[in-house]
Design a protein around this ligand. Structure first.
Ligand SMILES: Cc1ncc(COP(=O)(O)O)c(C=O)c1O
Ligand SMILES: N[C@@H](CCCC[NH3+])C(=O)O
Length: 432
């Protein structure tokens, strides 16, 4: 597959040979904010959200946007306006969600290692639900809640032992994964939890991994979890809510679209007659394809029979290719002539690691220094996973809506980045 034959994603289109984000020519944004930068289409995010919620029509369902995918407050706030809550995994995310205006009672808190401080902060914020993943966590939460004179609303997250058939680093529902509680163990924990004075048992949760493109693992996990829900209900556990997590994938390769309708049917079939409120925690599905990473070619280097397109973006800006061997479509912002010859290229960044690449042997049209490229489907786990490695400042994020654009995070400046270090007192000043 080569990238020039693929159409750009929803929210982005070529007009007069130039890639636009909704109504805005992207090269104009590049002039204004410099490169590299993340670019989001607000309408594409909204369309994904509407598709997702429409598929769940008829179900008593609530959506909690998994903000780990993209935690920019403009994004979190947008989803909140369209009706979603937030799924958070740290105090930092919780604070960001609150800062973005998400009310505490629309927030669920996941994660295997919540600290006492995080528990107390979340209780203070009045969150809807803690998804608890172990006995020590349950006991700790009980203690924290009691010390504050509160009750913590709890769902137990189970591990149904289902292989999500995704990249091994992002599968979370297998026995050997750190996530969730075995069903057998969860039976005991529900009993324990009901007599803990600081705990209000409310739910059951499952999440087997991310970027699922096959629907069978969802079916297996949802079936096992819903059966367990029925069993616990019958045993008198006062369950109100079944949280089915996130994980629905996106077509990074545009011929592998996961089937949202099938996903929704599986939810309906497996939860029929349960009488539970359903919760969903989609992240990637809502934002991945609504975002690009825009980068500029620094040099084209021909060496040892290879063609390296060296760009100003790098693995610290978008780590997915090197971390998960992830494939992101790459398109020049200026549409290539239809007859342009394609050459296999390695698209690489300036960072000092051979793992610093965006693509290997990717067929691309002729490129030269100064050309702009878009890395597609970069709206999820892009900026959220960026770092300052090689002392490269975090790149800006821009959101477009119709003909308007907004810089929703400015480029980190060198002074801010460098000022974070402190020199210890024992180091004398250096003199030449
Ligand atoms: C508990 C939980 N919920 C939701 C998500 C969001 O996943 P995704 O972005 O694949 O929808 C994750 C990440 O995999 C997660 O760990
Ligand atoms: N960071 C991963 C997804 C992790 C999901 C976290 N629960 C990715 O980019 O694909």
């Amino acid at each position: 597959m080569n990238s020039t034959t693929l159409l750009p994603q929803e929210g982005f289109s070529f007009r007069e040979g130039l890639l636009h984000a909704e109504g805005v020519p992207i090269d104009r944004i590049a002039e204004q904010v410099g490169t590299p930068f993340y670019l989001y289409s607000s309408s594409a995010m909204e369309a994904a959200y509407q598709r997702f919620t429409a598929a769940l029509t008829g179900l008593n369902a609530k959506v909690f946007y998994a903000m780990k995918a993209n935690s920019n407050q403009a994004v979190v706030r947008s989803f909140a306006e369209w009706g979603a809550g937030s799924d958070v995994v740290s105090e930092g995310e919780l604070r960001r969600a609150l800062a973005a205006g998400v009310p505490g009672n629309r927030i669920v808190f996941a994660g295997v290692g919540k600290t006492q401080r995080e528990m107390a902060f979340a209780l203070e914020a009045g969150i809807l639900q803690f998804n608890v993943e172990s006995l020590p966590e349950l006991e700790q939460l009980n203690q924290v809640a009691l010390s504050m004179g509160r009750k913590a609303p709890v769902a137990l997250r189970v591990n149904p032992n289902v292989d999500a058939q995704t990249h091994t680093k992002i599968a979370t529902g297998r026995k050997a994964d750190k996530f969730g509680i075995d069903l057998d163990h969860a039976r005991t924990l529900y009993r324990d939890a009901q007599v803990m004075k600081g705990i209000a048992v409310e739910g059951l949760a499952v999440h087997i991994g991310s970027q699922l493109t096959r629907m069978e693992p969802f079916r297996d996990a949802f079936q096992r979890t819903a059966d367990f829900y029925r069993e616990m209900q019958a045993a008198g556990v006062p369950l109100l809510r079944l949280d089915l997590g996130g994980g629905l994938g996106v077509p990074y390769h545009h011929d592998q679209a996961p089937d949202l309708q099938r996903y929704a049917e599986i939810v309906k079939e497996t939860t029929a007659g349960l009488g539970a409120e359903l919760a969903f925690e989609p992240g990637r599905y809502l934002v991945a394809s609504a975002g690009l990473l825009v980068t500029r070619v620094v040099f084209v280097k021909e060496e040892r029979g290879r063609r390296f397109i060296i760009v100003d973006g790098a693995m610290n800006d978008l780590i997915r290719p090197t971390l998960y061997e992830a494939w992101h479509n790459i398109i020049p912002l200026r549409q290539a002539d239809s007859g342009a010859e394609l050459t296999p290229c390695d698209v690489v960044g300036p960072v000092c690691e051979s793992g610093d690449f965006f693509a290997k042997e990717r067929d691309l049209p002729p490129l030269k220094s100064g050309d702009l490229l878009a890395l597609c489907d970069a709206g999820a786990y892009g900026s959220a996973m960026a770092s300052n490695y090689n002392s490269r400042p975090l790149v800006p994020e821009v959101m477009v809506r119709g003909d308007e654009m907004a810089v929703v995070r400015p480029r980190q400046d060198y002074a801010t980045m460098i000022a974070q270090d402190r020199l210890p007192g024992w180091l004398p000043a250096l003199h030449n």
